[in-house]
Design a binder for this molecule. Structure first.
Ligand code: ADP
Length: 544
């Protein structure tokens, strides 16, 4: 082999914040703090404090490879932890505080977290769990001395005091780029949560993909507000891509309601925001009820669950905000596909554009995709055949932490996403379902996502979920569970008539039930498993 003569500098997370400091040092990071006030500083300040924090971590006796937990919102101190922990060679374990208490205990013990950094909001939660957290030597409360609470947490320290004791002189160690940098557990809708262990290399490569024009096109010209939490797949990589590109970052803290998000979007002149459909519903409803438009916002990235057609329409028609539909998963760092249209789509009419925009999009270089049947035969990329979606690439997991779940790749390195999708000849992928949520009626598969999208288009429907209920003749039939908008009235018959306008007869749900609230997972998705249990005995009306 003739070796190339290029520098072998390892890819590293610390280099992202170093770059932002050096070349975008005066760019702002704005946080709505958990304590209340808006906090502002720059990439230069953030880097300085990350170095002080790295010194503090060393002073706590933490070493490379140690896992350090966080239970924190999108706030500037969490951002500092992202770079200090990984930068010094330790592993940042972002814990999702919305998990069930037993799951938090499970993952802290499984990860063997040495210290936990915790926002004020979650101190009471940890106080209840602390006696079960065997590996944790102490807790750092992410606030200043003035706001330090009385706490029963053993060995509790104050973040600002810890930093104040340290110098900002610190040289980031040169690390092997394949070493672990951060850890994120899947929400475990089936079985225990499983740990996805990212590396410096995978994180930096993924950040390039987030910045790529056909990725999320993050650049120094953007002001970005990630509503998606930093404990959910690293805020979809934005926490790294922002310093990589020098974009201004606006962090919403604990307040994710429509009014609070609107205020930040407006006051900070945010151009790009990202989150799951549930938060956009709150924002759009707030805009509608308060009669305000999203004036500076240019693009909204919707992912984590399918973006309903009506939501895309509302953003684009009422606010002139471009919707970028994206798909991914924790196991993929998380970005897999992004729905950016191609030049040939420029002349499409509004309806045809929407038909494309509801798709989850095309892969960016680095992600390879295919669909197969249950016997692993590849299916055609014709936009009609649907099957198991499989992926491979340098920011996709090789296996879960401590070998949970066994081997997850096949002989050719393909990872089965658990999603069912189509792929069209242009490479646009459309999720039709999670493999466990699809409704198998007779010989046909009915997409629950498709039905939910139609239901949500009805003006009286706020949220909808479609689940399979057992059926003696068809094996399964769809049941539509609906939460209506406040003050809206609608009957079962009206909803079914609405659905029948848009669907083939055999796809129309057999029944509709109305509920006051739908159960959600820790990542904001509807908890279908719970609904299936709740309605397992539901009696479908007799067929006409
Ligand atoms: P969880 O821990 O809840 O599984 P992830 O973010 O890892 O959190 O979930 C990934 C899954 O979310 C995907 O496999 C897919 O089923 C679903 N998902 C993500 N984005 C979309 C999307 N745009 N449309 C439909 N489903 C999506």
């Amino acid at each position: 082999m003739l070796a190339g003569l290029m520098q072998p500098s390892p890819l590293s997370i610390a280099s992202l914040i170093e770059f932002a400091d050096r070349f975008h040092g005066s760019t702002e990071l704005v946080t709505r703090t958990v304590e209340g006030p808006i906090h502002r500083y720059t990439y230069h300040d953030a880097h300085r404090r990350a170095k002080m924090l790295a010194n503090a971590l060393a002073a706590l006796g933490l070493h490379s490879g140690d896992r350090i937990g966080t239970l924190a919102w999108n706030v500037h101190r969490h951002f500092e932890l992202y770079f200090a922990v990984s930068g010094m060679g330790a592993v940042l374990h972002t814990i999702n505080p919305r998990l069930f208490a037993e799951q938090i205990v499970y993952i802290v013990n499984h990860a063997e977290d040495r210290w936990i950094f915790v926002d004020l909001t979650f101190v009471p939660l940890l106080e209840r769990l602390a006696e079960h957290l065997q590996s944790v030597a102490g807790y750092v409360i992410m606030t200043d001395e003035a706001s330090m609470p009385e706490t029963s947490l053993p060995n509790a320290r104050c973040y600002e005091t810890l930093l104040a004791e340290q110098s900002a002189e610190y040289s980031w160690p040169v690390l092997d780029e394949t070493c672990a940098s951060s850890l994120c557990y899947t929400s475990g809708t089936t079985g225990n949560p499983k740990g996805v262990l990212y590396s410096h290399r995978s994180t930096v490569l993924h950040s390039f993909c987030v910045c790529a024009a056909d990725g999320l096109a993050v650049s120094s010209r953007e002001v970005i507000l990630p509503v998606v939490p930093m404990f959910h797949a690293n805020a979809w990589g934005v926490a790294y891509a922002a310093p990589m590109s020098g974009a201004k970052l606006v962090l919403p803290g604990a307040k994710m309601d429509g009014a609070s998000i609107f205020e930040l979007l407006h006051d900070e002149r945010v151009t790009l925001t990202l989150g799951v459909p549930t938060v956009w519903l709150m924002l759009l409803d707030y805009c509608e009820s308060s009669g305000q438009a999203l004036s500076h916002l240019e693009r909204v990235v919707i992912g984590g669950a399918a973006a309903p057609r009506s939501m895309i329409e509302r953003f684009e028609r009422d606010h002139d905000v471009e919707v970028i539909h994206a798909w991914g998963m924790t196991e993929m760092s998380p970005l897999g596909t992004v729905c950016n249209l191609l030049p040939k789509h420029a002349t499409l009419d509004a309806e045809a554009r929407l038909d494309l925009k509801v798709k989850q999009g095309r892969p960016v270089y680095g992600v390879d995709l295919k669909i197969t049947d249950d016997e692993n035969h590849e299916l055609p990329r014709d936009g009609r055949a649907f099957g198991r979606l499989k992926v491979r690439g340098p920011w996709i997991t090789n296996g879960y932490f401590r070998g949970e779940g066994g081997a997850v790749l096949d002989d050719e390195q393909w990872f089965d996403t658990g999603d069912v999708s189509t792929l069209d000849p242009d490479g646009f992928m459309q999720i039709t379902d999670r493999s466990k949520d699809v409704i198998k009626s007779g010989g046909e598969w009915i997409s629950s996502i498709d039905l939910e999208n139609h239901a949500i288009g009805h003006p009286a429907v706020a949220e909808a979920a479609v689940i399979a209920v057992p059926h003696p003749k068809w094996s399964e039939r769809p049941l539509l569970v609906v939460r209506t908008r406040e003050n809206a009235t609608v009957t079962r018959e009206e909803i079914l008539a609405w659905m029948a306008q848009k669907l083939a007869k055999w796809q129309v749900p057999d029944d509709v039930v109305f509920v006051d609230a739908l159960p959600h997972t820790a990542t904001g998705k509807i908890r279908k498993l719970e609904l299936r249990q709740q309605f397992a005995e539901h009696q479908l009306p007799d067929e006409d």
